[in-house]
Design a protein around this ligand. Sequence first.
Ligand code: BES
Ligand code: MG
Ligand code: ZN
Length: 521
Amino acid sequence: MFSKKLDKSTAVTDGTAWELTRIPVIDSDQLLSIKFNSSKTDDSSCIAFLILSHENELIDSSIPICESLKEYVLKTKNEKKDSIFECDLHKLYWAWTDEKSICDNNNLMELAYKFSAYLRKHEAKVESLSVFIDLVTSSAPFMTFLSRLFFESYISTLYKSEQKEVNFPKIISFSASRLTISEKDSIEILETAKKLALASIRMKNLVEAPPNVCHCEKFLDYVKKEVPKYKNLYLTYCDENQCLDAGMGAFYSVSRASEHGGRLIHITYKSGNPTTKIGLVGKGITMDTGGYSLKSCESIMTMKYDMTGAALVTSTILAIASLEIKDIEVHAVALLTANAINEKATFPGSIVKAYNGKTIEILNTDAEGRLVLADGLTYLSNVFENSPNSYIIDVATLTGAMAICLGTEIAGLFTNSDKLTSFLYQASKDSGENIFRMPLHEKYKSLIKSKIADLSNIANSKPNASSMTAALFLQEFVGDKIHWAHLDIAGVSWRGSKAEAKAWGILLLYKAVLELSGTKQ
Ligand code: BES
Ligand code: MG
Ligand code: ZN
């Protein structure tokens, strides 16, 4: 049949030979060469500068940049807030002279993104970089900024026939005229920034893995390989049949039509003497076709990223373990399966029993996220014995309406706890990853009542407050004494223009977990 016999290396595969992720190495000399200081440094050998400063400070300060750059910044300050400039001596400059709150973490995140995007676009290899942040008065933003800078320097070529090396910028100095950071603290900041950047890269690779490569079995294999690399980390898991035997009819109803079934993955990190228990639950739909309530050609295309929640909780707990955080107990539960169609697929109108005994009429098989999360939330509530000293945060690309409501820069927060809200808002401020608290209104509970079962998985009339009714549905499966928050990350997870995962949430969850457990940062 074939004119030429195919050998193994050229044979077409179904993709399963691909690696799920490949984490690059950030060389240690890259880290060691970084110095934080408040005094003038001689950086004439530096090829790139990143400057965050008021224009007047820029002119007066000890920043060792050439006069022509200063002139350029002053000349263009009214036209462009951030601009790139090249001169004979130095190949590249980036200047930012915005008068407003420059040290705001959100601005820093954006700047790190823009700067890296510039480097990527020009394929600039930055051998040495000096960063001047005059306006920062605390050390936290450095970590955020560095972590993002490293992360954004990463380009995935996993699915190209030609692999490219990753060029992380080599930063030789940090200058902050209003801040002195001790040698010890600076090493810690760098180490944290690096580990969180690698966690973000891990998450990005997992999310971007195509649906024929990243199925639940492969995801579990990967976790099995990673967990033993770290101290104080434990893994338990079960497949969809074991879940059904345990009574998880909601999770099973989604996974039953999938070639690889489903997996509930539970990773625990416990060190020292923790005072609280913290749980992270992630939606892990490796591909959401919608099931019989089939999605349109347009909306189905990117649905491999419906497992962002699972990638986020897994990458966060691995980062916490790699940083060997003391005296905390964190649980990550990921519900993995595809929402597929075959002859076993759940029919719309089916009624199933969830793990907590409540019955659900599945009127729309595309509202599958809340079904898998329902059993995950009950599972973790049971592990925590409904203790008021425990916190559960679930993260899920749950509703398209979330993106319509808050766009691509802000995630929706739905919660039963003011206390957890204040922790999350603080973490959001520290990380520059935005959240906004949405209502969980009792009145709307009637919308998710079913005529013949306890609950319906979609609202029974329109307009239906889609994101809120989904959150109200989830609340039915959380222990009533537990501080619980649901983050709908459907809008913030994906950068459509570049078809890439943003790895949104690693810094936010990391900060939140540390604050909740009272760990000094
Ligand atoms: N995974 C989708 C939500 C989604 C949509 C995430 C677009 C990211 C981008 C979810 O499973 C879904 O299909 N939700 C439905 C719920 C509806 C049927 C009640 C939706 O939002 O349309
Ligand atoms: Mg769906
Ligand atoms: Zn989905």
